[in-house]
Design a protein around this ligand. Structure first.
Ligand code: FE2
Length: 294
C-alpha cells in the first residue's frame, strides 16, 4: 500500500515539517499528495526550456501587465517598462498574472501535474480551466516585496523558475483567522513566525500548496515562478478539517469567489493602497500597511 510509506497519515492535521520528495519516486509523490499537506518535489525536469525573466523581457516586452508599483497601487504598464524600473532599483510585483501564464503554458507540462492528480478533474476545474481559462499564472517579485498571509479555495503547484523565494505556511481553523472578510474572497490572517513552516524554493523545485493553507512569501532576489492552479475534489472541501472554511466562503461570499474565478484579471481586488484608504477601517489599514497593502 502506497499510504504505508507516507510520513503522515491521511487524517493528519499538521505535519512536523515540509518534506522534500524526489521526482523519480512516484509512489512517495502519490502518498504525499494524498495526505493533502504541503511538500516539495525536487529533481524534476520541469523547466526544460529554461524560461526566466530574460525570456519574458525578450519575447513579451510589449505585453501590458497589471503589477504592484512601489507606491503599493496597481499599475498597468508594459513588461519592458517594469523590468527597466526594477533594474533601476524599484520594487515591483506581478501577482497571479493569467495572460502571461497563457503566453508561457506551452513551455510547461500540465500532464506532470495531472498525473499526480491521477487525471481527475473536479467540478470547480470546469469553471477555472474551461470557462475562465485559468490554469497557469506567473508570479514575479523583487527584494522587499511583502504580502499578507492568506488562504484561498484553489490549490497550486508552484514551479520556481528563477531566484529564491521563502514561503511561510500554516494551517489554522476558522476561529483562528483574524481577518475573514477583509477581502471579497480569500481569508487573511496575522503572521505567526514561530508557528509557521518555512521553506526556501530554488529553481527547479515544485511546491504543492493545498487549498486553504495559509501562505505568504519573502523575496531575497528577483523571483519568478509559474503556478499550475486547480481545485481539489469535493471530498477534500467537505473533509472535517476543511469544510468550515469552505462553507463559510460559500455562504458569505459566493459572488466574490465567482467573480474572482471568472475575472479576466486576477488583480482586480488585490492590494491597492488608494482603494483601501477609501474603504477600510483604521484597524484594517494598520494590518494592510504591514503587507504593502496587498
Ligand atoms: Fe495565494
Amino acid at each position: 500500500m502506497v499510504a504505508a510509506v507516507c510520513e503522515y497519515p491521511l487524517e493528519a492535521t499538521s505535519p512536523s515539517h515540509i518534506p522534500y520528495v524526489d521526482a523519480n519516486d512516484p509512489a512517495q509523490i502519490e502518498a504525499h499528495y494524498k495526505a493533502k499537506i504541503p511538500f516539495v518535489i525536487t529533481g524534476a525536469d520541469i523547466n526544460p526550456h529554461g524560461i526566466d525573466s530574460a525570456h519574458l523581457r525578450d519575447n513579451y516586452g510589449d505585453l501590458q501587465v497589471s503589477c504592484f508599483s512601489p507606491s503599493c497601487t496597481s499599475q498597468k504598464i508594459e513588461l519592458e517598462q517594469m523590468f527597466e524600473r526594477i533594474a533601476a532599483g524599484d520594487k515591483y510585483r506581478l501577482r497571479a498574472d493569467i495572460p502571461l501564464g497563457r503566453c508561457l503554458e506551452g513551455f510547461f507540462s500540465a500532464r506532470f501535474f495531472e498525473k499526480i492528480r491521477s487525471f481527475r478533474r473536479s467540478l470547480m476545474d470546469l469553471v477555472l480551466h474551461t470557462l475562465a481559462r485559468k490554469k497557469w499564472a506567473v508570479f514575479l517579485s523583487t527584494p522587499g516585496c511583502k504580502m499578507s498571509n492568506h488562504a484561498h479555495i484553489n490549490s497550486t503547484f508552484v514551479i520556481q523558475l528563477e531566484g529564491t523565494k521563502t514561503w511561510h505556511l500554516d494551517f489554522r481553523n476558522l476561529a483562528d483567522i483574524e481577518h475573514k472578510d477583509l477581502y471579497p474572497y480569500d481569508f487573511l490572517a496575522e503572521k505567526r513566525p514561530t508557528e509557521e513552516f518555512s521553506i526556501t524554493m530554488r529553481p527547479g523545485n515544485v511546491l504543492y500548496l493545498p487549498a486553504y493553507w495559509f501562505h505568504y512569501t519573502d523575496t531575497d532576489t528577483l523571483s519568478l515562478s509559474m503556478h499550475y492552479i486547480f481545485a481539489e475534489s469535493m471530498s477534500y472541501y467537505l473533509s472535517p478539517k476543511i469544510w468550515p472554511l469552505f462553507i463559510y466562503e460559500l455562504i458569505k461570499r459566493p459572488f466574490g469567489m465567482m467573480r474572482l474565478a471568472l475575472a479576466r484579471d486576477n488583480e482586480f481586488g488585490f492590494g491597492d493602497k488608494l482603494k483601501w484608504l477609501r474603504s477600510k477601517s483604521p484597524k484594517e489599514l494598520a494590518f494592510l500597511s504591514q503587507n504593502d497593502y496587498s
